[in-house]
Design a protein around this ligand. Structure first.
Ligand code: ACO
Length: 398
């Protein structure tokens, strides 16, 4: 049921809805979620079908254009994106200003924001072609910047993109190849990486996407808006959860300690929560988590590491939580981040890079929402507040 409060706002009446649990801030054609039934559709297509039959760049095209591409359109789109994978050589100097142990999300916020100091040829937000070019640049450059963050952190030289590789293969190449050795990208790992990108591509008005839309509503530079989205994603209640899952598994340390952590998660006086469990919108199994779980099993089998101690803790934790009354009653199922963290670890991606991978994947959702905002009649976002401070009082006389 939708209550439209537009006619009331000018008269001083407004809704008070902390956390925006029942308030829609916009219309959108991109993504549909039915949290009760566990349904997620992009442009009408179920996420399970997209994850299993499509690929990330096709989903990018779908989110930007509203339709799947024909084979010719797909080829053209892939070519355009491939042509934008390099970042300006000046960008490589920015990295030197950071400590090697800086969190890669801190570097990403800065470097993506810094893109706004380049590319002044396509900043007319009222021009559809300019907006498209911004989107191409962001989709193409995010893997390059993400891999540069990692290479910088371990003191290795940056690897230039290889445009003959697929999007996911190229990312793995820039992450793991070195100038002095042959690196062969595993097709299974590239496919798993691509699925992670697809499953995180968009999720309607989450905190980071709403941030991008709100920042964009003032007409701000698109790269700066995406930097705002990256900042919002960083928190452990949102994109930081995949990193927090692995940190939690390490803290648990052994299967025999699981009950103690389950009890802590249930204690209302303990702020500890089981990371990777629960979701604001899904009160049923997150459909992305189902695909991720299957991919996780495939990757672990392919790599022959089903017996990794942390992965065993994760499986046992999942089993116990799914049977525990507290979690069952509250419909707290493992979310997409629970499994994506495990796959990323298996691929060899360090924990601190997990949220960066999420940011890379979600960039298409952010820029598509930004584009949708500017393609339709719009207004600057300006939420109201319920004032609870002191009423009028006179400044004390001295
Ligand atoms: N562990 C233990 N208890 C939990 C958890 C959890 N992970 N999540 C929710 N609960 C409990 C709450 O304490 C509350 O219990 P109560 O009814 O007894 O007070 C009840 O379940 C409802 O939780 P809310 O806080 O109202 O749920 P909300 O929608 O505000 O929060 C959130 C959703 C932030 C995702 C939460 O479940 C959480 O913190 N999960 C862990 C972090 C996480 O995995 N985040 C990733 C989200 S997915 C994504 O960003 C792609």
């Amino acid at each position: 049921d939708v209550i439209d409060v537009r006619p009331l706002t000018g008269q001083g009446l407004f809704t008070y809805d902390p956390g925006f649990v029942s308030t829609a801030a916009c219309e959108s054609k991109l993504t549909y979620i039915d949290g009760g039934k566990g349904i997620l559709l992009h442009g009408g297509y179920p996420i399970e079908q997209l994850a299993n039959h499509s690929d990330y760049l096709e989903v990018c095209y779908l989110l930007l254009n509203g339709e799947l591409p024909t084979p010719e359109e797909k080829e053209e789109f892939v070519n355009i994106v491939s042509n934008h994978t390099m970042v300006h050589e000046q960008m490589s100097h920015f990295f030197n200003g950071f400590r090697r142990d800086a969190h890669p999300m801190a570097i990403m916020v800065a470097c993506v924001g810094a893109l706004s100091a380049f590319y002044h040829d396509s900043l007319d937000i009222n021009n559809a072609h300019h907006r498209e070019v911004c989107a191409y640049r962001l989709i193409a450059k995010m893997p390059t910047l993400a891999a540069m963050c990692y290479k910088y952190s371990i003191g290795q030289p940056f690897m230039y993109p290889r445009n003959e590789l697929s999007y996911a293969e190229n990312f793995l190449h820039m992450m793991f190849a070195t100038p002095c050795g042959e690196y062969k990208v595993s097709p299974t790992l590239a496919r798993a990486m691509d699925k992670i990108f697809v499953l995180h591509a968009d999720h309607e008005q989450n905190a980071s996407t709403s941030t991008v839309r709100l920042a964009g509503s003032s007409g701000a530079n698109p790269f700066a808006c995406i930097a705002a989205g990256i900042a919002a994603l960083w928190g452990p209640a949102h994109g930081g959860a995949n990193e927090a899952v692995l940190v939690m598994l390490e803290e648990i340390g052994d299967e025999e300690n699981i009950p103690e952590f389950i009890e802590r998660a249930k204690d209302p006086n303990d702020p500890f929560r089981l990371m990777g469990f629960g979701h604001r919108v899904y009160r049923n199994f997150d459909p992305r988590a189902k695909v991720m779980k299957q991919t996780c099993d495939e990757v672990l089998a392919e790599l022959g590491i089903e017996n990794d101690p942390l992965l065993k803790i994760a499986k046992r934790l999942e089993q116990i939580a799914l049977e525990d009354e507290y979690f069952v009653e509250r419909k707290l199922y493992p979310n997409v981040d629970f499994y994506s963290g495990i796959i990323l670890k298996a691929i060899g991606i360090p924990t601190s890079m997990f949220t960066v991978i999420f940011a890379l994947s979600r960039t298409i959702g952010w820029i598509s929402h930004w584009n949708e905002f500017h393609s339709s009649p719009n207004k600057i976002g300006r939420p109201r507040q319920l004032y609870t401070g002191p009423k009028f009082r006179d400044y004390p006389s001295k």
